[in-house]
Design a protein around this ligand. Structure first.
Ligand code: NAD
Length: 479
């Protein structure tokens, strides 16, 4: 059991206002693994005022030379590196992410993101001068927006928090992070890492809470910018609040991306198996950008279905902490029930189960049997709704125009892939898909390039220089 009794606010471990707690459970064994205090609205008030105080400090974080802030961000990356194994273990235990993946992503990716922004900061200019068109000089400054409310989901709690924290810190903002109730033990370890650096008190504050606390934080008068990753439904509510308050907001929301298999694709699993796994199934399907709608050409339809079915049926399912595991459990019993509901719905709609489909026979853990549906109609629920589990729907297309039409026939537009032996042909198809990101024969987000969605998948971009701009106000001084 990992137990915390205090919250990380104002650079210190402070007693929470109420005695409410969150009990954390292993997704693989359903055993208790930890207990942490819950933040109330009163704790959020303290966290926002600490973040405000740290932001307004005339000698504080926002006023530091970029190189000094960059050094402190590197320090944070180094402190997280010291805790990377434990971080991966905590995330895997809580949300079911297989430990080998958790080490690479939750243990490793935030370090890459932090170091990328530290380096970007060292090479960025925050003030330029130009001749005023009507005579004189215009000085254009890029200044930190202020106090950031960062709200993260449970599927990649550390990685997705780093997409917000790293650029916000680089910009000179201060942060109140609200992690998701399913994954809190990792956020306390993150707090320990921050406490071990020279990042000043109050620059990073953490308020563990559910949607009510999140909504309270989003609308808090002391917040200047909101950065959210989570469901489209919650994103809409947050956008409404931010619209009313004219508060800048970045939204990374749901997805239902297409994996377009062209008729010249190499389907040899020895060659493409790992990349198919990363693009279609990683983290037990609990990943926003996965290409869970597989579009297969008429003339190779059966081959695509059989290949995917054999691949999915052969993936080792097991305890998330077992290094052999490729597919772990769902993050919660509620989510497992939701995914199973979609599988029932798919069968009811007439799609053909090729592998999986039945309830998991494990007596412990929130497991779902990895499932492939064939003969799926793109208008059906399992083709249009985000399932967020190890469930693939294979849809038939007649020619490339038909494939592009089906790929774009979705309310989402976050990720996607094109599978082909001809990269130029792949790029031509990729250009026609309405989405924020897309890969050719792979899908691997690049920390130095913008990431995000169109349509119901979100607003704005994280990562890359665009991700830094989202935390900066551009101010012009005429002289
Ligand atoms: P969720 O929307 O239920 O919760 C996400 C976070 O928002 C949690 O911390 C939650 O407590 C908080 N929250 C919920 N309602 C809120 C509200 N009204 N105001 C403020 N905060 C609120 O989502 P989830 O189930 O935790 O995560 C899964 C979803 O996240 C999926 O839809 C997935 O596609 C999406 N996601 C998107 C990306 C992306 O980059 N686009 C990445 C990962 C996950």
């Amino acid at each position: 059991m990992t137990t915390y009794n205090r919250l990380f606010i104002g650079g210190d471990w402070v007693a929470p206002v109420t005695g409410d707690t969150y009990e954390l459970t292993s997704a693989s064994t359903e055993e208790p693994i930890g207990s942490v205090p819950a933040a109330s609205e009163a704790d959020v008030d303290v966290a926002v005022s600490e973040a405000r105080r740290a932001f307004e400090d005339p000698d504080g974080w926002a006023t530091w030379e970029p190189a000094r802030r960059a050094d402190a961000i590197d320090e944070l990356a180094n402190q997280l590196e010291l805790r990377a194994e434990e971080m991966a273990r905590r995330v895997a235990a809580q949300n079911g992410m297989p430990i080998t993946i958790a080490k690479q992503l939750e243990g490793g990716f935030p370090l890459i993101v932090l170091r990328y922004y530290a380096n970007l900061l060292r090479s960025s200019s925050f003030e330029t001068q130009q001749p005023h068109l009507l005579g004189g000089t215009s000085t254009v400054r890029r200044e930190p927006l202020g106090v950031v409310a960062a709200i993260s989901p449970w599927n990649y709690p550390q990685t997705l928090a780093s997409f917000k924290i790293a650029p916000a810190l680089a910009a000179g903002c201060t942060i109140v992070l609200k992690p998701s109730p399913e994954t809190l033990l990792d956020s306390f370890l993150f707090g320990e890492a921050v406490a071990a650096t020279s990042v000043p008190a109050g620059v990073v504050n953490i308020v563990p809470g559910g949607r009510e606390v999140g909504a309270y934080l989003v609308g808090h008068p002391g917040v200047d910018k909101v950065a959210f990753t989570g469901s489209t439904a919650a994103g809409r509510l947050i956008a409404e609040t931010c619209g009313r308050l004219l508060r800048p907001v970045t939204l990374e929301l749901g997805g239902k991306s297409a994996a377009i298999v062209l008729d010249d694709a190499d389907l040899n699993l020895e060659v493409v198996g790992e990349r198919l796994f990363e693009s279609l199934l990683v983290n037990n399907g609990q990943t926003c950008y996965l290409g869970t709608r597989v579009l297969a050409p008429d003339n190779r339809y059966d081959e695509v279905v059989d290949t995917l079915a054999a691949f999915v049926a052969g993936l080792p399912v097991g305890d998330a902490l077992d290094p052999q595991t490729m597919i772990g459990p769902m993050a919660s019993a509620l989510h497992r029930d939701r995914v199973e509901g979609f599988i029932d719905k798919g069968r009811g709609e007439g799609a053909r189960v090729v592998t999986g489909g039945e309830r998991s026979d494990r007596d412990r853990g929130w497991f779902v049997t990895p499932t492939v549906f064939a003969d799926v109609d793109n208008n059906s629920v399992i083709a249009q709704e985000e399932i967020f589990g190890p469930v693939l729907a294979v849809i038939r297309y007649s020619d490339v125009d038909d494939a592009v039409r089906i790929a774009n026939d979705s309310r989402y537009g976050l990720g996607g892939t094109v599978w082909t032996s001809d990269p130029d042909r792949g790029a031509a198809v990729a250009r026609r898909v309405h989405t924020g990101t897309i890969g050719i024969n792979r899908y691997l987000p690049d920390p130095s390039a913008p990431f995000g969605g169109v349509k119901d998948s979100g607003l704005g971009r994280e990562l890359g220089p665009e991700g830094l701009n989202a935390y900066l106000n551009v101010k012009t001084i005429y002289s």
